[in-house]
Design a protein around this ligand. Sequence first.
Ligand code: NAD
Length: 478
Amino acid sequence: MNVTTMITPVQGAAASVMAEVFAKQQPTAIKLRTSTADERIAKLKKLEAAVLANKDAIYRALAADLHKPATEADLDEIMPVIGEIHHAVSHLKSWMRTKRVGTTLTMLGTQARIRYEPRGVCLIISPWNFPINLTFGPLASAIAAGNTAIIKPSELTPSCSALMAEIIRQTFDVAEIAVFEGDAQVSTALLDMPFDHMFFTGSPAVGKIVMAAAAKHLSSVTLELGGKSPVIVDESADLNKAARSIMWGKFLNNGQTCVAPDYIYVHEKVLPQFLEASKTAIKKMYGDDVQASPDYCRIVNERHFGRVKRLLDDATANGATVVTGGMAVEGDKFIAPTLLTKVKLDSAVMQEEIFGPVLPIISYSDVHEPIAHINANPKPLALYVYSKNQGNIDRVISETSSGGVGINVSVLHFSHANLPFGGVNNSGIGSSHGEYGFKAFSHERAVMRDQYNSTPMLYPPYTSRVKWLMAMTLRFFA
Ligand code: NAD
């Protein structure tokens, strides 16, 4: 199969159609409770084959929606999905295996196990910034865990959403996996349904709406959210390497990455060298004329262009200096890779998630300054430390909290299959990827079996013998 033509999207399907599909998935979900690893692996392989068969269409859709270069599409859209599938295929049998747990003293005479059971009918709501990766990645975990799924991709990347809807339509029965395209109205209608699990990737503001909707049915949730991910570059860091790594992580996908460096604290002693190294790094990646570079994405739409431009204008109006970049071309949704210094901490660019190619750089003299700033703000999704000083690294990690940490590396921890990926509080609840994704879509069911446990000796009536036995037991444990 090769979906090469753009399909008319099933935009804003009626709530009754969604309810019908939901009702179709409920009996399938019950049937899938007994699905075997081999059956799930076959479905994962079907999804992989469909993605690979549509590689060219995916490139075209990503180029249309985000001006994304094909190499970047391979790196951060197709490869993570294929990686997630391969990892699940290799490990699913062991993840699914019922795990025996040790017997505690009070439970002598029993056996206990944990069964990993599918949650049931799952909702996956995805964002626009990595539309393929952040839709098919969670879907792979949902399939691995034996669920059915209804997917609501973002309306802001319509070519990708239409393509994914068609890929799923051609690959799976709607009674098992279905896609509904559309905006917040479609999400709202779906959020009204009693899903067994809701997996949401997007902004903290909409995350709160999803969690409130989930509360109505006590659906479990995984919330993969965003926020401002800080970077600290201390005086011991390898500045050239740090600049290369940070500039890559920031300007990949035009800064529209949930774990993109949002702002940098640089030790004052090395600030001038770091700025020079950063300018060189940007030039090396995108050349002298960034707008002409085929390797630089664009801002997703005019609204987001206007939002990022306003952050930039507000910062400069409040005294920030543009070290490099600053150019904005509205018709092209282009903002050059922009580094700012002398940024006021209370300016909008330091208050809101930037999610675009603007990077404030703040100097500090003691590491307690960035630590205090990080702790005074919501817990970030990612925190990056560039340093050769193990004491500083340990201090930053132990005195702060964040979803994940990169030491002398940015963004890449997202792709480590053996690490949980997720935020904490404002940046997210729960985690995904690999076994963590499998668990997000599974219920860990406790199963205990009696063999010869001694609790019956403690049943009422509470005679003096029972009281003595209880007293002995308590004394033994105290
Ligand atoms: P968003 O929250 O605006 O939208 C995400 C999804 O929610 C879309 O499908 C959208 O249609 C839907 N939606 C929007 N408003 C809604 C409403 N009122 N009710 C119900 N559903 C609604 O986010 P976005 O702009 O698509 O993505 C950017 C945000 O996502 C950033 O904050 C970024 O950091 C975060 N993000 C997080 C991760 C992660 O893995 N943690 C990954 C990518 C993006």
